[in-house]
Design a protein around this ligand. Structure first.
Ligand SMILES: Cc1ncc(COP(=O)(O)O)c(C=O)c1O
Length: 427
């Protein structure tokens, strides 16, 4: 914190461009923390907020409901195969807390006292609250709280770039899946398997090998373990499809959405559950089967109205098709980026690219975490007219989903210049 003095203050934004209070313009390569869909100040979304705010800005969902929240829930259920009901919250971490509580309480509700453990994938990230930190344990972020976190059973996902020497990718994938199955076989105490859907994003853009998530889903069914999928960063088009769980042929019992749900304008997240989960919470009052969870802003009408409009715009503008086309622009730059001597690996899917920086290409040695890579890249990026945020030694490109091809080309050219100019400062 001591290093970050004199913050850049953003005073306005339009489309993919952020403007600071000194008038400097930057392309938002972070989509304002991975959530912006249509660019900033989109008149359709701005109008939706204005119109809804004239009718109802907020009303509790404790004992009550409201029209935008109802309409949105119906749309979410309709678009999400296998899902039956929606539980609203106001950020992704809370949506994951709710997912965990639903999964753990489900077994209690149906009278199973044994299933109390959570299985996860190492290096996953699910948010910054205590439950989310427990299931998405990133040692560098959360080491200080380790003693307070609950323990989980952790498995490994194959990272194509860092496969142990004696394996091929497919052998290693098989080894990872075998170790999951062997553990599942051993005891009958795992309540749920929690994982990001399609890829680990904060963990360094680790895109799962084809079929990996499907096989986990099948193992969960075989061993009677709930599958909880976190689509907060990867769903809604980020990886090039509306629902990653559909693309991955996996069948979750519970799924969490956030970030892009509101188009990136207001704060809302949603946890969806299958009928089996929902029904287990129905009972007589004195059976205490209901879920004790609720936030002040649960189902906020402004956020719900904008999310509903956002979903309509996805359809009307055929956004997923557009993303699939625009995403090809990334591929045109693979060679040029790979040629930079500190670039070890490029991982890309849909509107997400991770560029892994290394000190030594042949040995794949990462750049020392002692260097403040994020700050160096932020400053160099700003000089090159882009807002960049790295995660450890990974340069993340996560632009607004509706970015145009020419804007994306400009972003990639500027990213290349930024890596080249930051190089001498990070190695
Ligand atoms: C996969 C995933 N899950 C959950 C979260 C937490 O969301 P929020 O920051 O809205 O709490 C994030 C945030 O980056 C995420 O990437």
């Amino acid at each position: 914190m001591k290093e970050w003095t004199g913050f850049t203050e953003i005073s306005k934004a339009k489309g993919v461009w952020l403007t600071d209070s000194d008038g400097n313009k930057m392309i938002d390569a972070v989509a304002s923390m991975w959530c912006n869909v249509w660019g900033h100040s989109d008149p359709r979304l701005v109008k939706t907020i204005a119109n809804q705010s004239k009718k109802l800005q907020h009303s509790s969902m404790f004992n009550l409901t409201n029209e935008p929240a109802e309409k949105l829930a119906k749309s979410l259920v309709k678009m999400s195969p296998g899902m039956h009901r929606v539980f609203y919250s106001d950020n992704g971490s809370s949506a994951m807390e709710i997912s965990l509580k639903l999964a753990l309480q489900y077994w209690k509700n149906i009278g199973n006292k044994k299933k109390t453990k959570i299985a996860t994938i190492k290096n996953g990230y699910h948010g910054d609250t205590f439950g989310a930190m427990s299931v998405g344990y990133v040692p560098e972020f959360f080491g200080k709280f380790k003693q307070q976190l609950f323990s989980t059973i952790q498995f490994t996902v194959p990272n194509k770039y860092r496969i142990p020497k004696k394996y091929t990718l497919s052998d290693y994938e098989e080894y990872c899946l075998d170790s999951i199955e062997n553990r599942f076989k051993k005891t009958d105490d795992i309540a749920a398997f929690v994982m990001e859907s399609g890829a680990q994003v904060a963990g360094g853009v680790i895109i799962y090998p084809e079929g990996f998530q499907k096989k986990i889903s099948q193992l969960c069914k075989k061993y009677n373990i709930l599958l909880v999928l976190d689509e907060i960063a990867t769903g809604f088009g980020r990886l090039g499809s509306m629902l990653q769980y559909e693309e991955q042929n996996s069948k979750p019992d519970i799924v969490a959405f956030g970030k892009m749900l509101t188009g990136g304008y207001l704060t809302m997240a949603a946890t969806l559950a299958s009928k089996k989960i929902y029904d287990s919470f129905l009972g007589e009052f004195n059976e205490w089967k209901h879920l004790f969870h609720g936030h002040t802003y649960t189902g906020n009408p402004l956020a719900a109205a904008i999310s509903y409009e956002n979903l309509k715009m996805y359809k009307k503008n055929n956004l997923i098709k557009k993303i699939q086309k625009t995403s090809k622009v990334f591929e045109n730059f693979y060679d040029e980026i790979s040629e930079i001597d500190i670039v070890g690996d490029i991982r890309h899917k849909g509107m997400l690219m991770g560029i892994e920086l290394v000190k030594d290409k042949s040995k794949k040695r990462p750049i020392s975490p002692k260097k403040s890579i994020n700050k160096i890249f932020f400053e160099e990026g700003k000089k090159n007219g882009i807002y960049l945020r790295t995660l450890g030694n990974i340069v993340m490109l996560v632009p607004p989903l509706a970015i145009s091809e020419s804007e994306l080309e400009l972003l990639l050219k500027r990213t290349i210049s930024t890596i080249k100019s930051a190089k001498s400062k990070v190695v």
